[in-house]
Design a protein around this ligand. Sequence first.
Ligand code: NAG
Ligand code: NAG
Ligand code: NAG
Length: 318
Amino acid sequence: MRSTALLATLAVGALSVALPHTSEDVQLPLVIWHGLGDDFEREGLAQVAELAEETNPGTYVHLIHLADTGSGDRSATFFGNVTEQIELVCEQLAADPILSTAPAINALGFSQGGQFLRGYIERCNAPPVHNLVTFGSQHNGISEFESCKYNDWICNGAEALLRSGRWTSFAQSRVVPAQYFRDPRELDLYLANSNFLADINNEREAKNETYKKNLASLNKFAMFMFEDDTVAVPKESALFAEVNSTTGEVTALQDREIYQEDWLGLKQLDKAGRLDFKTTPGQHMRLSEEVLRDAFKEYFGPLEDNWRTPSLIVQRGS
Ligand SMILES: *[C@@H]1O[C@H](CO)[C@@H](O)[C@H](O)[C@H]1NC(C)=O
Ligand SMILES: *[C@@H]1O[C@H](CO)[C@@H](O)[C@H](O)[C@H]1NC(C)=O
Ligand SMILES: *[C@@H]1O[C@H](CO)[C@@H](O)[C@H](O)[C@H]1NC(C)=O
């Protein structure tokens, strides 16, 4: 009954998805940002949206897109200035009558869509994100560019630009994967030139406190790594770890400066039990329905109507 009522409310353009004073549970909307080479019109994405709706009835799903056509949206996964793309998404979500009036939204990022959603949270977060789940995302960047497996001019074009100069302002303003390229062997070049990742990870000297505050405001941030990922290199970037490409040594997030000095609020989240590190079998983005369904149940389920009240920590005798 509850979900039927909510759907009916959504159908009339719901000025509020659910007000905190109602006695109903709240089913937050879900936004999904797809990965490289994908587009919002793909059948697979529609199936994910359907599964989200089926797992948590009443979920309003919005597929983030950077163009009105599938081909334009796909092209934007390779080409564009990520800063401008995030600005566009901030406008897109804020302009959606359901998302913008919801008390909060949940967010699901596939591959590069995951670090871009993190960028949305850090820079805009209006509407605010409740839970963020990322699959195979490159939170600590990539140290190799994905090779084009197909005879695909868009992908080949992007790859050629990357080879010809990843740190040029040309690549940094136009080629999407260049903007999250991060090889620990050339950290200085990265810090000096990275248009997106170095900024969003607060790795430069001047830290943006808003980024930290916004990210730390998440209820849950769950990162999934694909165990057999050979596409996104290094795969451990999905868990915000750093890999020495010479020795293969992995430094876990908790052992890194970004965490220990808490440039991003990740330590704060972790200490509060709000940061989840997950692994899932298989190659990059080979997601089973079961894995998705479990994640949707765990992170995108309905909330009690008093969800915004922090759980009471009763301190006795102090
Ligand atoms: C920090 O980020 C916010 C959100 O993008 C921005 O409005 C602000 O200007 C930034 N602050 C600094 C010091 O760069
Ligand atoms: C990307 O776009 C932003 C916003 O328009 C701009 O400030 C920045 O300089 C651009 N980045 C590059 C590398 O051109
Ligand atoms: C990788 O490990 C080797 C051996 O410990 C070390 O000499 C090198 O500086 C490390 N590379 C980076 C980028 O930290």
